[in-house]
Write a protein that binds this ligand. Sequence first.
Ligand code: BGC
Length: 923
Amino acid sequence: MKKFLLLQLIAGCLFLMTCTGDPAMVKVERLRCEMLVNPVGIDNQTPRLTWEITADVRNVYQTAYHILVASSEEKLHSNECDLWDSGKIKSGQSVYVTYEGEKLKSRDECFWKVKVYTNKGMSEWSSPASWSMGLADQSDWQAKWTGLDKSFSWDNPDNYISRLSARYFRKEFRLDQDIQKATLYISGLGFYKLHLNGEIVGDQELAPTPTDYTKTVTYNTFDVTQHIKKERNTIGVILGNGRYFSMRPKVDERREVRHFGFPKMIVQLEIEFSDGSGQTIISDDSWKVTADGAIRSNNEFDGEEYDATKEMPGWDMPNFDDSLWLNAELVDPPGGRLKAQQNKNMKVMSIVRPLSITEIKRGIYIMDMGQNMVGWLRMKVKGKKGDRVKLCFAELLNADGTLYTDNLRTARVTDIYTLKGSDEEIWNPVFAYHGFRFVEITGFPGIPSINDFEGQVIYDEMDRTGHFETSDSTINRIYKNACWGIKGNYRGMPTDCPQRDERMGWLGDRATGSLGESFIFDHNNLYSKWLGDIEDAQLKNGSIPDVVPNYWSMYRDNMTWPGAYLIIANMLYEQFGNMEPIIKHYDSMKKWLYYMRDSYMEDNIMLKDRYGDWCMPPESPELIHSQDPARKTEGAVLGTTFYYHMLTLLERFAKLQGKLSEAEEFADQALKVKDAFNDKFLNTTTGQYSNNTVTANLLPLCYGMVPEQYRESVFKNVVDKTMGEYKGHVSTGLVGIQWLMRGLSDNGRPDIALKIATNRSYPSWGYMIDQGATTIWELWNGDTAMPSMNSANHVMLLGDLIVWFHEYLAGIQNKKGNIAFKEIMMRPLILEGLDYVKADFRSVHGLIKSSWKKQNGYFIWDITIPCNTTATICVPAISEEHISESGKRVASVEGLTFKKMDNGYAVFEVGSGKYHFTSMLDK
Ligand code: BGC
C-alpha cells in the first residue's frame, strides 16, 4: 500500500512537472514593457513586451508563448485576464511582442505575466510585471499651464549671461477620506523639482527631458499614494530654467540659445478614495508662488547660486504662511503636445571621491576629482551666516596650478553657496550641472578637506549593457575614458560636450558612435526619443538641422550630420530589434533625402557639404582645422558617399515595410549615384578617389561603391597613406573615423587597426592619455590647439572604435542580415599583441559573453549564448580536430555542429548555453 502511495506521489509530481514545467530548467525573467521595467504612465496604445529566458541546459529556444494581461494583480494571480489572453502563440519572438488586447484607456493599470514553451519544456508563469497608462488624450488634462511671466529686481533676464531665480510654487489642499491611490502627472519647464508634504518625489534630476517645447512637451508620472494623507497636504514645485528660459538670450550678434519663455508647469494630481470616489488637484491660479527663495540664480552654463539664508522652512508642507507670496498666473501653454516621457530622466548614477585639495594661494584651493566627470559637487560646510563659498569648475589646470577656463568660452560654471550659519550644512545645486575635473574653492569657512565634498555623477538613468577588457593597457584606458565621456554626455539627448557654453545635440557626433555606445549602455529609449526630436526639428521643406533639439538654429544642409537620423534608426533596429523608429520616421527621412537631392544634387553627385572631415589632425599643432587641401577630403566625396549610403538604408527600410517598388526606386538611384561617383572621383590608373585621403578611399570601400576590380588598389592606397605619410597613425576626422577600424580589419589589415588603437604618439587616443586625459578629446591636438573649440570631453572622435572592440576583438556581432542578436556571430579577431579579451554584452535576448585567452599555443574561449538565440561560432583553429569543448572532442558534443573551416576558423552552429573551447593553435 505504502509503495502504491509513493508511486502515486511520484506520478503526481511528474504530472505536475509536465503541466507547470520544471522551474529549475526554463525561467522567464526581466519582463519589460517598451523596454522599461514596470513603467508608470506610458501613452503607447499598443505597448511592446519583452522577456528573457534562462535555463540550466543548453540549446533552449522558445517555440511558443502565452501572455496574460489583467487590470489588477489579483485578477492576474487567478488567471482572470480581462485585458488580454494571448492564448498559446506559436512563435519564437520574445522581444518587442505587441500587445493586442482590449483597447487601453488613459490611467489603465495593466499587470502581466508570460509563460514560454521551449524545445526543452515549458516555464512556470513569470513573476508578474506591470505598466500603467498615462494621460493619453490631451483632453485628459484638466490642469492649466501655470507660471509667473515676470522677472524681479534681482534677476537679469535680458542680459546675454541671463540670470533668473527659481520659482517656488505651492498648493495646500485637504482630503477628507481614506486614500486608495494617488497619481501625479507633471511637466515643469525647463526643470522641475517636485515636493509633497516636505519630501522630494522621485530620484530624477534635471527633469523632464529636453525637447523643442513648441512641438513636444514630455510629462512624468508618479505613484504618490505613499506621500498623500487624509487631511492636509501640500504640493510644492520648484521650477528652474533648464532649456526653457534661455541661458544666452538674443541681445547682440553673439550666438543665442533659443528662448521659449519664463518657466511654467502643468501638474495634475488624481486621488482615488477607498469608496471609489475621486478628487483631482490641478495647477492653476489658485496656487501661490514666490521667486524670492534660496535659489537666486540658475543657468545651465553658468551655475547655480543658493542663499541658504533665504530658505523657507516648511514651504512644501501644510500650515506654512504664504501670505506674502504672489498668486500664480495662468500662462500660455508652451505649444507642444503633451507626451508621456519614455526615456528615463537623469539621476545621480555614481559618486566620485576627490583625490586632493591644494591651497594654491591664501584662501584659494584647487580640488582634483581625479576624473573628468559630469554632475555636481555635494558639499558639507559649517560656518557663519552669510559666509559665501564659491565653487568654480574646469576640466584642466594651467601650468601654474590655477583653473584653465579658456575652453569654456562664456560659460561661467560657478556655483555659489551662502551659509545660513546653523550646524553643518549640506548642499548641492539642483538646476545646474558641470563637466569638470578640477574645482576652485574660495570663501570656504575653515580649511576644506576632501571629506567635505563628493562628486555626484549625473546622467540619464540607463542600464549598462556591456563591458570590455583586454591585455593591452592602452586599450583598456581608452575604453574607460570613452565610458566616462559617453555617459557624461547623455542628458535626454546626446550632447557634444558637457562643459562649455554649448552642450548641444549635434547629430554628426553620434552617427556611428551610437552603435559603439549600444555595447556599453542601454540607450535604446534615449535614441528613439532623439529621433522624435529630429522629426520635430525638420522644416516643412524637408531640411534637417545639425543640432537637435534645435536650441541653436543650424539648418545648414549637409549629408554627414543629418544622416545620423537614418543611421541611428538602423542601429536601433539592428541592435535592439526596435522597428518602430523606422516605421515612424520613414516619410520624414525620405522627405529629407529628396529635399537634399532637389536642392543640391547635380548629375547624381551630392555637392553640398558643410563640415568636411571635421577635426582631422591638422598640419600644425595650434590649428583646429586643417588648411591644407591635400589633407582635406572633398565635400562632394563626403556628400555623395553618404547620400549613397542613405539610399541603401532607405531601400532596406522600404523592404522591411513591404514597400517593394519604393525599395526598387532607391536601389536604382543608388546605382546611378555609384556610377556617377566612380566616373567623377575614381582614378582607375592609381585606384585613388579624389585627392587620395584615407577618408576619400575608405568611405566608398565601406559603403560598397568601389567596382570589384579596384577594391584592392583602393585599399592599398588607404594602407600606403596610413603607413607612409601618417606613419601608422590616424589621419581622419569625425567622418572617416566612423569606418576606420572596421575598414582596415575587413580588408585584411586589422594589425594596422590595432596599431592605431594602441598608439601613444600623436595623433591617437593613447596620446590623449599620456597628456592626462580621463575622457576623450574633441581634437586630436587638444593639448596644443586654440581653446575656442577644444573640449576635453567629446566622444565624436571615437568613430567605430568601440564597435571594433566588441564586434571584432571580442567577436560579438549580429549574424549578417540578422537583428537583435537572435542569430549571433561569434568571431574574434586574433591579433599579435593581444593575449586576452574579456567582454560581455546584455542583448535584448540576454547576456552574451566572449572571453578568450592565448595560452601556451592554445586558444581558450569561454562563451555564453542566451536562450532563444543561436550562434555561429568561429574558433581560431588548425582544424576542428584540434578543438575540444569542455574537455570533450567537439565531434562528440551534442548540439555542436561543425560546418566548415573558414580562413583559419572552425565554424560551428550552436544553440544557447555556456561553452568552453580549447583550440590548439600550433602543431
Ligand atoms: C561641436 C561638435 C559639432 C561641430 C559641428 C562643434 O562646436 O562641439 O561636436 O559636431 O561643432 O560644427
